[in-house]
Design a protein around this ligand. Structure first.
Ligand code: ADP
Ligand code: MG
Length: 361
């Protein structure tokens, strides 16, 4: 088992900087998830940790040891990819034992470690099968087994569940969480799926264009985002952003209004220096934080354009007078109807303010 440290790590492909100076410390035994949109550099950063990509600048330590220029095989890591890359002609047992076979370990040790991994992954009944006789989820478990037998200090996962259908993804997500509980080994897990990040991570690293936007426990990011990018990325459906104006400031709160949207005034807590009166800012409100609108409540007026009734929860999509749209969650399946005008009640204590650059106010 091992911790990990990235110090001012950069990656350039030719002239293009893809990783722009990443600093991160991962404690031994942590489950850290790198999340961000496609192309933001998640795989590149993970491959640099693995040693599959060179590091242009900065330093990578695993277990307190500088591994920046070291061979992948010597880093004490094991990586699981989106594609399982199993050998089709080999059995499950031979596939799992292959890294040990390559390292010329004794047969007794290989058999023992394969048996242990098969037990952890519930693969015991399938050891003599070929990959084509397995489901997608079972194949991915074999690929994980191949990583486990090496007893790495750090597991690296690159979108390991992306090839599976939705139901299997949920199942395998639980399996991976259980695996981490059972092994207690440091895991770095890359995904573009914020739900996977929220459910698996002890800490989430949100990446954007090769830089870290914010690092924190899942609920820290959800409840206290540093900027509109993180606020919009974490949480599903995504946060609504509505343009409003600061019309008052008092005691750590800003009064904001948007008369054309039906919002006459609402107090929202601010983080640091009070914004100036008259400043145009963005109000961030999550779909799940709207409240029933009565006469006294702050509210936005809009027209319901589409209602998604999922049974337990309903999402109303609405058009605002100025052209923006919002998504509103409701537990009452009959509360909204397409085509209706409606008032969407706001709770200022659950709202956020962001400046024009997206920074939290
Ligand atoms: N070998 C390469 N040569 C040039 N550019 C690359 C190479 N690999 C990745 N990139 C670029 O680096 C950026 C980050 O890619 P990647 O790490 O795969 O993103 P992610 O995994 O977050 O989707 C992308 O713009 C991609 O085109
Ligand atoms: Mg990738």
């Amino acid at each position: 088992m091992a911790g990990l440290s990235l110090q001012k790590v950069k990656k350039r492909f030719g002239e293009t900087e893809v990783i722009g100076g990443v600093d991160l410390d991962v404690k031994d035994g942590e489950f850290v998830v790198f999340v961000g949109p496609s192309g933001c550099g998640k795989s590149t950063l993970l491959r640099m940790i693995a040693g599959l990509e060179t590091t242009s600048d900065g330093r990578i330590e695993i277990g307190g040891r500088d591994v920046t220029g070291e061979d992948p095989a010597k880093r004490g890591i094991a990586m699981v990819f989106q594609t399982y890359a199993l050998y089709p002609h080999m059995t499950v047992a031979t596939n799992m034992g292959f890294p040990l076979e390559m390292a010329k370990r004794p047969k007794e040790e290989i058999d023992r470690k394969v048996a242990e991994a098969a037990k952890i992954l519930h693969l015991e009944p399938y050891l003599q099968r070929k990959p084509r006789e397995l489901s997608g989820g079972q194949r991915q478990r074999v690929a994980i087994g191949r990583a486990i037998v090496r007893q790495p200090g750090v597991f690296l996962f690159d979108e390991p569940l992306s090839n599976l259908d939705a139901e299997l993804r949920v199942q395998m997500r639980i399996e991976i969480a259980r695996l981490h509980q059972e092994l207690g080994t440091t895991m770095i897990y890359v995904t573009h799926d914020q739900v996977e990040a929220m459910t698996l991570a002890s800490r989430i690293v949100v990446l954007r264009a090769g830089r870290i936007e914010q690092v924190g426990a899942p609920l820290e990011l959800y409840e206290n985002p540093d900027n509109s990018f993180v606020a919009g990325f974490i949480g599903s459906p995504r946060m609504n952003f509505v343009p409003v104006t600061v019309v008052g400031v008092e005691g750590g709160k800003a009064m904001v209004a948007a008369p054309k949207l039906g919002l006459t005034g609402m107090a929202v807590a601010t983080r640091g220096a009070a914004p100036k009166l008259g400043t145009a800012v963005n109000l961030g409100i999550r779909p799940e934080h709207f409240v029933a609108a009565d006469g006294a409540t702050s509210a936005l007026s809009g027209k319901v354009t589409l209602v998604e009734r999922l049974g337990g929860v309903t999402y109303a999509h609405a058009q605002l007078p100025e052209g923006g749209t919002i998504t509103v969650e409701s537990r009452d399946a009959r509360s909204f109807n397409a085509g209706d005008g409606a008032r969407f009640g706001l709770d200022g204590s659950r709202a956020f303010l962001f400046d024009q650059d997206g920074k939290r106010i």
